[in-house]
Design a binder for this molecule. Sequence first.
Ligand SMILES: [Cu+2]
Length: 155
Amino acid sequence: MPLKTFLAAACALVIAAPVHADIVILDSYARSSGPMAKAGAAFMVIENTGAEDDRLIAVASDKAKRVELHTHKEMGDGIMKMMEVEEGFAVPAGGMHHLARGGDHVMFMGLTSPMVQDETFTLTLTFEQAGEIVVSIPVDLDRKPMHGMGAAPSN
Ligand SMILES: [Cu+2]
């Protein structure tokens, strides 16, 4: 998709997105592999519209016993492994950081309730500069990897 098209779609989503300091959370959603799943993940685009670099350093939610910032790493033998990123995710001034399937994500381990299609839950993101930002994350189990960015919501 051309960048322009993506940006236009992303901007359309800004309207409902919470704004705090210079960080904007776009196009967030969460999923798990099914009603019996004990774990899930959330994805979003973090935009820093300010003039200062920022960093997502912590996440918290009642949705799971443990919530962590994760990434996928290629282990050298074609195997992708998930691991916690203790230093968090940098979001440069005027830039974006994408949390997406197969890459960086917010990990929920030990779900306190199943992720049900179209339900929302609260996630608190803590940034070094912008502080705490509380977002409402919709569950979208149907969303296809790599396809959702900028596309119309599938629900
Ligand atoms: Cu993970």
